[in-house]
Design a protein around this ligand. Structure first.
Ligand code: KIV
Length: 311
């Protein structure tokens, strides 16, 4: 019988080994802005997921995705806020730094939260710099066209790669009439198209299209040179992104029409924790193999000492 567990667990890992880089092997060379552009040129689809912590980063790394976004959807999926609006820069930075520690190969993009970049170019650059310096992100993402185009230009001018985001922009969903698809009339579609083209012109290396009709995507794709990543924007984009907790079935809140569930991890988590609780209540856990042993002579000696021991 072993005196201790054979595999490292969060519970027994030393402080030193916990701070080591992710031990899972890198799938290839680190993804760069040029390798993403090359993928677009070659017509190779780009796979992007969100991640919000060290273990999900390790999963994204091992699964071999191209881009990982520490999305402000963290507000809802891991922090329990009712929307993406309340999450702070400090909360996002803590999550992004954890993801950085678990990631080697995919490009790491940090999402600038609501209120952290809209006020001025100076505010936008200062916030973006924190994501690069403090959390180790490779790039940042911001939402909307309009005044965000100038903020994107300022951040790019400061040497930080920027990903744009048009269509349904959850940070300003109230102004858009709620969480609904955008660009369903020719006029509104034109606004989305113009926003995307302005963000490309401002120097963004990529843009997310969220919840827009596939027809709009089809019409705008030939006009854009940078990689477009879709989420509910049809199959014509250069890549697709889904929220980690949605695609794995961890988040049990509302799922948008574009979500495809590839697993039902929450169900398994509940079943696992339930089984543990049942085992504890029925005294089925722990079993002998989960405990530590003592040499018989030491045990006898302890017994003798305790027999003569007074309080
Ligand atoms: O915050 C996020 O997760 C996003 C993706 C949905 C693209 O912006």
């Amino acid at each position: 019988m072993s005196a201790g567990p054979k595999v490292p667990t969060a519970g027994n890992r030393s402080k030193d080994s916990a701070s080591l880089p992710n031990p899972s092997p890198a799938k290839g060379k680190p993804v760069t802005l040029s390798s993403l552009a090359e993928k677009k040129a070659l017509g190779e689809p780009i796979a992007m997921v969100t991640a919000y912590d060290y273990p999900s980063a390790g999963v994204a790394e091992e699964a071999g995705v191209d881009v990982v976004l520490v999305g402000d959807t963290a507000a809802m999926t891991v922090l329990g806020y009712p929307s993406t609006v309340p999450v702070s820069v400090d909360e996002m930075l803590m999550l992004a730094a954890a993801v950085r520690r678990g990631l080697r190969t995919p490009l790491l993009v940090g999402d600038l939260p609501f209120g952290s970049y809209e006020v001025s170019d100076e505010q936008a650059v200062a916030t973006a710099q924190r994501f690069i310096k403090e959390a180790g992100c490779d790039a940042v993402k911001l939402e909307r066209g309009g005044s965000s185009v100038q903020r994107a230009r300022a951040i790019v001018g400061a040497g930080i790669p920027v990903m744009g985001h048009v269509g349904l922009t959850p940070q300003t969903a109230t102004a858009l009439g709620g969480y609904r698809s955008q660009g369903r009339t020719a006029d509104r579609a034109l606004e989305v198209v113009e926003d995307a083209m302005a963000l490309e012109e401002a120097g963004c290396f990529s843009i997310v299209f969220e919840a827009i009709p596939s027809d709009v995507t089809d019409l705008v794709m030939p006009r854009l040179e940078i990689p477009v990543i879709g989420i509910g924007a049809g199959p014509a984009t250069d890549g697709q992104v889904l929220v980690f907790h949605d695609l794995l079935g961890i988040y049990d809140g509302h799922a948008a029409r574009f979500v495809k569930r590839y697993a039902n991890v929450r169900e398994q988590m509940v079943a696992g924790v339930h089984a543990f609780a049942e085992d504890v209540r029925a005294r089925r856990y722990p079993e002998a193999e989960h405990g530590y042993t003592m040499a018989p002579d030491e045990r006898e000696r302890l017994k003798e000492i305790l027999a003569t021991h007074r309080n």
